[in-house]
Design a protein around this ligand. Sequence first.
Ligand code: NAI
Length: 303
Amino acid sequence: MAAEESIRFDGRVAIVTGAGGGLGRAYALALAGRGASVVVNDLGGGVDGAGQGAAAADRVVDEIVKAGGKAVASYDSVSTVEGGESMVRTALGQFGKLDILIHNAGIVRDRSFGKMTPEDWDTVLKVHLYGAYNVSRPAFATMRENKFGRIVLTTSSAGLFGNFGQSNYAAAKLGMIGLMNVLKIEGAKSDIKVNAVAPFAATRMSAAAMPDEFRPLMRIDMVAPMTLFLCSAGCPVTGNIYEAGMGHFNRVAIVSAPVVWVGDGERMPTVEDVAGHWPQIDSLAGAVPHFDVSEVAIPRPRS
Ligand code: NAI
């Protein structure tokens, strides 16, 4: 085994949603190449969610099998409860267990908020946010029984920071972070680690948003090292978010700044108190992330 392949997935079973192309295909190939048995899930539709077909998932399964790996196709949609249950059943039926879930399936229906229809809103939330729920629910149940699990959700910088025309997508991608924040706590005693990746890569989805000169830099397989690390048995973190792409990696976090006490603690603070302390209240100096709500909700002493 090459020294650079010391992180292996032999004996592990993984589901990768949306693995018929783009980033999901790269994850499936990389996992299988390092020994995992992979359920290659893909609905096989267009980038806007229209249509479906078996060809995308089948192609990736063929690639893996031809390279000597183990894989099986699933054509289920992540956007239904039944779809999530069915792909987990496939993993258990074909490979006997489920260790790793990468929820990567995605679509876009970009429009400025004034033009976004309720259907565009619903369809995008159904794939990204409901999809995260639909696949995590049965996966989490079997991972708890096995006392091991790695879940990676796919968020986006568009949700973390905002992007014109993506209100549906951004809401769904940040909603997933709320799900992750709770699953990391509820999964902790079963060694289930749940993290999120915000990728950058030149795929069919990002084609419209990306200047042509960036495309060669944004190789699709440059995200997989982070995603696979978060799936590994030795993954040291849970509940974290990482950006990954173009060969660079960094952590993103929700932080809170030190509290600012106003008044003397006896009387109600006024609107003018807030205005009078605005530079301090608005400052992020000394801001830190927190593991859970108890770290922020318990009153901190006046200083
Ligand atoms: P892609 O369009 O190449 O891949 C998405 C895959 O998901 C497709 O193969 C599609 O058939 C599948 N899919 C869509 N709806 C599905 C459903 N209901 N059930 C099962 N499969 C379904 O796009 P890409 O870029 O590879 O996207 C992967 C993930 O990364 C998405 O969640 C996307 O939002 C996210 N992302 C990508 C970025 C990029 O720079 N490419 C930036 C930020 C986030």
